[in-house]
Design a protein. Structure first.
Length: 530
């Protein structure tokens, strides 16, 4: 088990039997594979295929991503970039998901991506590959959790503003300190929920998936139906908004920047991989969770974008900070639709509450995924105070890892008090860092591991290498895209600090490796003797 080559000679679909005296029992295939990989079953394997999918689908949450980044989509291209950009990002994202699902089927562990990198990179490169992938993955998850939960705090602020009369009616505008307090309260509640048994999280995850799907269906029909001023079919499918206050005139460049909304939404599906040690038949159901959560999100996400687009008529006004929602485009769309028809915007506020609940479920599942990643990474000694973070309580929950994830997400959001530019730069690297972590094991799969990779029950056959290479190239493309300037002329205020933040992160992680970790971190450590 110390050799990657030896480990890969074991068939992933092999189901072992544990014999105790004369008694023997066949194990769940995911449990059996976990033992083959060298790990004891310490977390409670209580998630079904539906539960695994639901939790990953809740993380993807199109209501969360599209709602919070709708301003970006409107500003950079409008309906055209959102409609067609969605399918471009969706197609390539599905290829990344397929490549990840194939690897997940072979290595169904909570360590997920960093474990995959260690095994696929081979003995020589395993420690460094595991180190860099693990830290990129967990930092990306923490930043993503910070972004989502802070977005919920901001939406609550907008709901309160509209409920008290709106910006033009003297409504209450919460200060940045109140917003950070909302953020802290949300995280505290999510910490309590994630301290409960996995069966409870499973139930809430399924509830979140249903809420998200029904919410999309309701809003995509209700909003354009209620709106007294509707966009034409031609506007929805052909209008390209090249009028922005960012000094960008190139239509192709504007279209590319419009992809940011779609790609931000379609991330986080590695949650299915991190929950495999708690999923029944994980070598099959983990990959199913990844693929189905992405596939269904693509469909319902497009429905949401399409439905809301019919209620868009005056883009400059929706993006203006002088409107009742203070420039929060979708909130203004919802509010105006009901206000113009019924004389008040109460219905729109209720619609925003539906979105807020969906974001809450997304944040809940992100904390679950974060904590399982921290649990697995610390189990292999990669984190400071590792012995603490991989402890589980009587309910078989990594309780300390849960509260670590909550605490770090709160600390990350504190940067918004000093500089919103710094906060946005930190959060913007969430998608890039996550996708780099997605791409690293795929790179090793299509290069170093071509000959010794043994597929699990789910595999792409001869197409695995081709799909893997396309996936890697897409990640390179979006990493560059997310680092491009989004405003001209470039000043200290308008500079896209994403590449700066990413560069600092790379320097920090690699320096930590060179100066210290290379002397003691050996990659995944097995705790079962064969």
């Amino acid at each position: 088990m110390d050799s990657a080559a030896t480990e890969n000679m074991i068939s992933p679909s092999h189901v072992v039997a544990i014999t105790n005296g004369d008694a023997s029992s066949s194990l769940d295939s995911g449990h059996a594979r976990l033992l083959e990989l060298g790990y004891k079953q310490q977390l409670k394997r209580d998630l079904s295929a539906i539960s695994n999918f639901s939790l990953s689908f809740s993380v993807l949450s199109v209501l969360t991503g599209i709602t919070t980044l709708y301003n970006t989509g409107l500003n950079y291209g409008g309906p055209v970039s959102m409609q067609y950009g969605w399918f471009i990002a969706s197609g390539f994202t599905m290829l990344v998901a397929l490549s990840m699902a194939e690897i997940c089927s072979s290595y169904p562990t909570s360590g997920g991506l960093y474990y995959w990198s260690a095994k696929l990179a081979g003995p020589t490169w395993a420690p460094f590959a595991s180190w860099i992938t693990g830290w990129f993955n967990i930092i990306g998850q923490w930043a993503g959790s910070t972004s989502v939960n802070f977005s919920l705090a901001q939406l609550i602020q907008v709901i309160i503003l509209l409920s008290t009369g709106g910006k033009n009616g003297g409504g209450y505008e919460a200060s940045k300190y109140v917003v950070i307090a909302f953020h802290g309260g949300i995280l505290f509640l999510l910490g309590i929920i994630n301290s409960l048994p996995i069966s409870v999280i499973s139930f809430l995850g399924q509830l979140g998936a249903i809420w998200n799907a029904l919410g999309v269906f309701l809003l995509m029909i209700l909003i354009p139906s209620v709106a007294t001023e509707r966009a034409s079919v031609k506007f929805v499918f052909t209008h390209f908004n090249d009028k922005n206050d960012n000094g960008i005139n190139s239509r192709p460049y504007i279209f590319l920047l419009g992809l940011l909304m779609s790609q931000y939404t379609l991330s986080g599906y590695d949650a299915s991989a991190h929950l495999t040690e708690e999923t029944k038949g994980a070598d099959r159901n983990g990959p199913k969770g990844i693929i189905s959560s992405v596939g269904i999100s693509i469909i319902v996400g497009w429905g949401y974008i399409l439905g809301i687009a019919f209620a868009v008529t005056d883009i400059p006004y929706l993006l203006s900070e002088s409107n009742d929602a203070g420039g929060y485009a979708i909130a203004e769309i919802f509010y105006l639709a009901f206000k113009r028809r019924y004389g008040n915007g109460i219905g729109g506020i209720i619609c925003l509450m539906i979105v807020a609940v969906s974001i809450f479920f997304c944040g809940m599942t992100l904390v679950t995924s974060n904590s399982r990643m921290a649990y697995a990474f610390s189990r292999d000694g990669a984190m400071p105070l590792s012995s603490l973070w991989h402890k589980v309580n009587k309910q078989e929950v990594p309780i300390y890892a849960v509260w670590l994830s909550v605490f770090i997400s709160f600390c990350m959001a504190l940067t918004s008090l000093g500089s919103i530019v710094a906060f946005e730069a930190m959060v913007s690297i969430a998608v890039i860092v996550l996708y780099i972590a997605y791409a690293l094991p795929i790179i090793f799969r299509v290069t170093l591991a071509q000959k010794h990779f043994v597929p699990g029950p789910f595999n792409l056959g001869r197409y695995g290498i081709i799909i893997g290479w396309v996936s890697v190239l897409w990640v390179v493309f979006i990493s560059i895209l997310f680092s491009l300037p989004v405003s001209y002329p470039i000043t200290i205020q308008t500079l896209n600090y994403t590449p700066v933040a990413l560069g600092c992160l790379i320097i920090l992680v690699v320096s930590y490796w060179i100066l210290s970790a290379r002397h003691w971190f050996k990659g995944p450590i097995t705790n079962v003797k064969h």
